[in-house]
Design a protein around this ligand. Structure first.
Ligand SMILES: Cc1cc2nc3c(=O)[nH]c(=O)nc-3n(C[C@H](O)[C@H](O)[C@H](O)COP(=O)(O)OP(=O)(O)OC[C@H]3O[C@@H](n4cnc5c(N)ncnc54)[C@H](O)[C@@H]3O)c2cc1C
Length: 338
């Protein structure tokens, strides 16, 4: 079983930055991420949206920030594993830290940092026949690389920011995009809607709902219904993208014996420790009075947590030295593909 000083559960922006800090301060560190790629919400929910309030950038898209954080973390050589959804954590009976279990592996950790954010991204299911049959083969709940849609006819479903953002992201690549929403009004930002209305290859259809996805080895067409008249129509499409959003679900995290406030782990903001010694948490997945769900806040929480984790692992160590004063740095790892 692989053994680490620190196992970080969740490879979103906060978990990735935590991996950088942990390695800079000499901890053998591993990050376990349930999705196939790192970056959390930046990667999964708004890859193409510019972010304006991350220190050091006048504006950076979610995808680019995720890539920068990944490159920074991998530079210092933590072990990063994707497709590793942590199901269970348990204190070892001999008291030597914890065991962490995913469906196919087990890890040993002297300490844990939980950075699971919103938890597992559980998409709201598309209420349409056959959608499940084509999942990830023409029906998408998370955007794959946008080049997947080059020259395709794409149907986007939904009326909130996710649907509008994804329509805008797809328009420059796809041959045509049809946006359907079952209500006459959209909930997303007016500016996004204005840009969509101006895009020459996007058409908006309201109030319409998706009834059925049809195809053979690939999606060939969809059947949609005009909500008022109930009239149905078949449209040829190559792909369907659900912008119906995600249901927050901490999933297995709820079973780990950690104190919760709703969907968030309760921590002491002075230490970022949970109710269990040796288990710390940071980022969107934590709650304390005054908590603000921002990337910047998560980064700050990681600094606090890392000082405490160092002290927990070696009580002679206090605080967190400036990186500029570190006498030994970890050996940089060769660049890894993102
Ligand atoms: C549309 C949108 C726009 C936003 N705009 C901004 C903005 O402008 N500025 C800003 O500061 N913030 C913004 N945010 C918020 C920001 O994205 C979050 O604060 C940030 O992503 C939190 O990072 P995190 O690492 O804590 O959690 P997440 O990004 O949610 O990452 C958590 C990771 O943990 C993984 N995970 C969950 N459970 C497990 C498990 N059991 N095992 C292994 N892995 C697990 C998840 O797959 C995920 O990758 C925005 C959010 C959204 C949705």
């Amino acid at each position: 079983m692989e053994a680490y000083d620190l196992v970080i559960v969740g490879g979103g922006p906060v978990g990735l930055f935590a991996a950088t800090l942990a390695r800079l301060h000499g901890l053998a560190t591993c990050v376990l991420e349930s999705l196939p790629a790192f970056g959390g919400q930046l990667y999964a929910l708004y890859p193409e949206k510019p972010i304006y309030d991350v220190a050091g950038f006048t504006g950076i898209t979610g995808k680019d920030l995720a890539q920068q954080l990944y490159a920074q973390a991998t530079h210092w050589g933590p072990t990063l594993y994707a497709n590793q959804a942590v199901q269970r954590i348990a204190r070892r009976p001999d008291g030597a830290g914890f065991e962490v279990e995913t469906p196919d592996r087990r890890y040993q950790a002297r300490s844990l940092l939980i950075t699971v954010g919103l938890g597992a991204f559980v998409p709201r299911p598309l209420p349409a026949d056959n959608a499940e049959r084509f999942r990830d083969r023409g029906v998408y709940y998370l955007l794959p690389p946008l080049d997947t849609f080059r020259d395709q006819r794409v149907l986007v479903v939904g009326g909130g920011d996710t649907a509008l953002d994804w329509t805008l992201a797809l328009a420059p690549r796809a041959r045509e995009v049809k946006l359907v929403h079952r209500r006459p009004q959209f909930r997303g930002q007016a500016e996004s809607l204005r840009q969509i209305q101006a895009a020459p290859n996007v058409t908006i259809h309201t109030p319409y709902e998706l009834v059925r996805v049809e195809g053979d080895d690939a999606v060939r067409q969809v059947v949609v219904r005009e909500v008022t008249s109930r009239a149905e129509a078949a449209w040829p499409v190559d792909a369907v993208v659900s912008g119906l959003g995600f249901l927050p679900s901490l999933g297995p995290v709820k079973e780990w014996g950690l104190a919760l406030d709703g969907q968030a782990l309760v921590v002491d903001p002075a230490t970022m420790q949970t109710n269990q010694p040796g288990i710390y948490a940071a980022g969107d997945g934590v709650h304390y009075p005054g908590k603000v769900k921002l990337i910047a806040t998560g980064f700050g929480e990681v600094g606090i947590a890392m000082a405490q984790i160092r002290h927990y692992l070696d009580p002679s160590k206090h605080g967190l030295p400036h990186s500029t004063t570190l006498k030994t740095l970890p050996q940089p790892a060769p660049p890894q593909p993102s």
